[in-house]
Design a binder for this molecule. Sequence first.
Ligand SMILES: NC(=[NH2+])NCCC[C@H](N)C(=O)O
Ligand SMILES: [Mn+2]
Length: 293
Amino acid sequence: MRTIRFIGAPFCEGQNLDGADLGPTALREAGLQPLAEMLGWSWEDAGDLDFAAALEEEAEPPPKEEGRFALTCGGDHSIAAGSICALVYPDLGVIWIDAHADANTPRTSPSAHYHGMPAAHLLGWFDNGIDGFEWFEPGCLSENRLAYIGLRDIDAEEGRMLRASNVHVFTMREVDKHGIAKVMEMALSAIDPNGFRPLHLSLDIDAVDPHFAPGTGTAARGGLSYREIHYIAEEMAETRRLVGMDLVEINPGLDEAPQRSSMHGDDPNLKPCSPTVQLGVEVALSALGKRIM
Ligand SMILES: NC(=[NH2+])NCCC[C@H](N)C(=O)O
Ligand SMILES: [Mn+2]
C-alpha cells in the first residue's frame, strides 16, 4: 500500500500576517486523513514541526523523505525550501503553482519577506548563505527542472532574473492562450522531457482565483479556476511519479465563514470547513488520485 507522510509545517514568519500557521490543523480537522484513506492510502502523521524550538536552538535539517509520499502542509511558502531540499531525489522535477514566483533574493525583495524567496534560494540565486540554514543546499534544484504555472504578480527584478534563467514560466496569459491541458503538457515535458523524473508539486493556494480561495495573505486577481487547479492536481497524479507535495498559504484566519449551504456535489465525508480549507482538501485529494469517475 502506498503511504503518505503528512508533515504539518505551521510556519508563518516568512511574511507579516498571522493565521497561515493554522493550516495543518484546519486540514486535519476537515478530515483529510480519512478521505485519503478512502482512496487507498495509508497515513502517517508526522505531527507539526516545532519551528519555535528550531528558531531558538541550533537549526536542524529537515528529515530526508524517501519511499513515501511527503505531503507538507504550511504555513507560508517559506517551507518549500525545506520540503524540496529534503526530498532525496537528485533529478527531482518541480511544478510550482502560484500567483507569485517566490524568486526574489534578499537583495531584490521589495518586502524582505522570505516566503517570496524560497524558489530563488533553492535555485542557488542568493549571494550569501543565511544564518540558521547551514543544512540547506543552495542550487539543489536546477533551473531547467522547475516550471511555474499561474503566475500573475511578479516583481520587476524577479521577472528579469526569471527571463534570464532557464526556469520554465507559464503565466496566466499562457493558461488563457493554450488552455490548462496544453500548459500542463508543456510544463511537464519542459522539466521532464523523457518522462522518468520523480516530481514534486509545490502548490500555493493563492494561484487559485480569490473567488475560490479568499483565505490567503497575498491574494492576486485573475487566477486559476476551480477546475483548472483540479486538472493540474489530477494530471500530476496521473504521471504516477509524484513523490511530494506542498500545500501552502491557506490562512483560515483570513478565510470566509464556512459555507452555510453545502452543495450536492461535495464529498459527504468532508467535515464542514471554510471555503479555502475545503478547496485545499479537495485539491490534495485530486493530487492523491481522486477522480470524478
Ligand atoms: N508565497 C507567497 N505568497 N509569496 C508572495 C510574494 C510577494 C512578493 N513578490 C514578495 O516577494 O514579497
Ligand atoms: Mn508562493
